[in-house]
Ligand binder design. Structure first.
Ligand SMILES: CC(C)(COP(=O)(O)OP(=O)(O)OC[C@H]1O[C@@H](n2cnc3c(N)ncnc32)[C@H](O)[C@@H]1OP(=O)(O)O)[C@@H](O)C(=O)NCCC(=O)NCCS
Length: 177
């Protein structure tokens, strides 16, 4: 099936969250896992808008937590579809924190995620290509191709290492790895 290419702007997404005590650790800073959850959500929004079907997260690349986010801060997350392949899409997410009192902004994290498009039965489906328009979009498009090659090599190595592993029967007991 052939779909017309879509622009990056068509699927760009944004999400703003007020960080409350329930999102934080014992130092009143945002939990890393909670931030990853927000990143997954805003990334999925762009993937949904691009593919207009169901999507599942296949992977999230390495992520650095550059600076802490404090309770009461506003978290601003933006996602952009860097490139679509066959059934998968790479989405870039950038996160800023806004100090609500000072009105200042700081970049706190970035991540690349890969989403795979599936139908309602969970079967993989092809996605439209992306048409990068600006210089920045073209650079991200090329970079996404290089990252895909690296991911594929890493996946092959992991799959080869897993070969021969036996599926665990019954319960996975604590302490057993
Ligand atoms: C992601 C998933 C659909 C891939 O299925 P698969 O049978 O391994 O598929 P394939 O190896 O044939 O790869 C299919 C596509 O996914 C991509 N892909 C698969 N694993 C990937 C990974 N770890 N990282 C990035 N891309 C990946 C492939 O490059 C391929 O892309 P393309 O169609 O654009 O060429 C499958 O592993 C899955 O359903 N995982 C669980 C997803 C989920 O539940 N996520 C929520 C977290 S709990």
């Amino acid at each position: 099936m052939h779909f017309p290419a879509r622009s990056v702007a068509e699927s760009q997404s944004e999400m703003t969250e007020l960080i409350l005590p329930n999102d934080t650790n014992t130092l009143n800073n945002l939990l890393g896992g909670r931030l990853m959850h927000f990143i997954d959500l805003v990334g999925a929004m762009a993937a949904y808008r691009h593919s207009r079907t169901h999507v599942v997260t296949a992977s999230m690349d390495h992520i650095d937590f550059i600076a802490p986010v404090h309770v009461g801060d506003l978290l601003i997350l933006k996602s952009s579809l860097n490139r679509a392949f066959n059934t998968s899409m790479e989405v870039g997410v950038k996160v800023w924190v806004e100090n609500t009192i000072a009105g200042t902004h700081r970049h706190v994290a970035s991540a690349y995620l890969t989403f795979v498009a599936v139908d309602s039965q969970g079967r993989r489906v092809p996605v439209p290509k992306v048409q990068p328009e600006t210089e920045e979009e073209k650079r991200r498009y090329e970079d996404a191709g290089r990252r895909r090659e690296l991911r594929q090599k890493e996946l092959e190595l992991k799959r080869a290492a897993r070969k021969g592993e036996i599926e665990v029967q019954g319960s996975v007991r604590p302490g057993r790895v």
